[in-house]
Design a protein. Structure first.
Length: 129
């Protein structure tokens, strides 16, 4: 079973996300949208008809989205079959956060690495655009 297929997002804490976005936009040309999100679009080498994206986004410094307050960043990994992967990870003894989310833009779950960092797993909806 293929596990991770790519990086779906890079998220980090910021004292001032709007100022951070403005700095990255001005100095590095990061294409920050009006909603504060940046989406880098790409195509799968093995299936070029499939379009994907990697989200880059600063979060408020006091967010609880990453889990513990000391975690400054969180990586989101794309996966093909979230449910099957979670079953396998559970058999392997990986710590799995019990919360799940499902939205029009995919299914989400979280695990914890050996250093205690929360990692987001994302099964995007199938896209053959």
């Amino acid at each position: 079973m293929k596990r991770v297929t790519g990086i779906g997002g890079v998220f980090f804490r910021s004292k001032d996300p709007a100022a951070t976005n403005a700095w990255y936009k001005e100095h590095l040309g990061v294409p920050v949208g009006d909603d504060g999100q940046t989406m880098f679009w790409w195509r799968d080498d093995e299936q070029p008809q499939r379009r994907g994206m990697t989200v880059w986004s600063p979060f408020e410094a006091d967010t609880d989205y990453f889990g513990k307050p000391s975690q400054q960043w969180m990586i989101n990994y794309c996966v093909e079959n979230l449910d099957a992967l979670l079953e396998e990870l559970q058999r392997e003894g990986v710590e799995i956060v019990p919360h799940r989310e499902e939205a029009e833009y995919g299914k989400f779950a979280w695990i914890v690495d050996p250093d205690g960092n929360r990692i987001e797993l994302w099964e995007p909806p199938r896209s053959d655009e």
